[in-house]
Design a protein around this ligand. Structure first.
Ligand code: SF4
Length: 227
């Protein structure tokens, strides 16, 4: 019979600085790190493509985001040319990513904002990126890290879960956790940290069935402490 794993999430509880460093070190020793040939927003070559792919990735699997992104960019791949497309053409191209009516509106709004407020060039700062419709903290951090090579850890659903359970960082939502984590992660972990945390969340610290007995950071994880 499979043993049921019990975890106790400790809302608001944080590891101390030394343990944060230890957890990142253990993850770095046990996981491969940067994903090459990533699908979806992380695999896009230009800031514009990355921003659009990230917008499309909301509530969509990587493979479906990749299909939608490729289909849209086969039709048009600049703000100007996308705005020349009809809504039906955009909707049909991005259908695999789901929520296509809302995403079509946001793509149009993003392209318009880029042209009107930023001269057609995707901005480099988080605050400016987050002024683009459909771009929240996670997408801004993905564009900054994966396209502009900034040292930031983007917090998606896997990273958020691992942070909450271990006590690496806390916050009321992914954006607040990203802020908290930015002030707590050691500098040497910022480049690969997103990959270690996401891989750990997908392989071991799984949402419904975490594999705590084989987890490399179990000794340090607050969700596994009984006192
Ligand atoms: S980090 Fe490891 S020990 Fe902690 S809940 Fe996730 S799988 Fe379990």
């Amino acid at each position: 019979m499979t043993q049921k794993i019990v975890i106790h999430e400790r809302h608001g509880a944080l590891l101390d600085a030394e343990e944060v460093g230890t957890v990142f070190r253990l993850l770095s020793e046990n996981l491969p790190g940067r994903t090459h040939n990533a699908k979806g927003p992380k695999g896009q070559r230009t800031p514009f493509r990355s921003a659009i792919a990230c917008l499309l990735s909301a509530q969509s699997r990587d493979a479906n985001t990749a299909k939608a992104t490729e289909a849209l960019f086969a039709l048009a791949d600049t703000p100007e040319t996308i705005l020349e497309l009809g809504d039906d053409e955009i909707r049909e191209a991005i259908r695999p990513a789901g929520l296509y009516n809302m995403k079509t509106k946001r793509i149009r709004a993003l392209c318009e904002t880029l042209l009107v407020e930023f001269g057609g060039t995707v901005p480099r700062t988080r605050a400016e990126l987050m002024r683009l419709p459909g771009i929240g903290r996670k997408c801004a951090d993905i564009v900054m890290h994966f396209v502009f090579d900034e040292a930031v850890i983007a917090v998606d659903t896997h990273v958020e879960r691992v942070c909450r359970r271990t006590g690496l960082a806390q916050g009321v939502n992914a954006g607040k956790i990203a802020e908290n984590l930015a002030g707590r992660a050691p500098d040497w972990a910022l480049d690969e940290g997103h990959f270690w945390l996401i891989q750990h969340g997908k392989r071991t610290c799984i949402a419904r069935a975490p594999k705590c007995p084989s987890c490399p950071v179990e000794r340090h994880c607050l969700a596994r402490r009984t006192a």
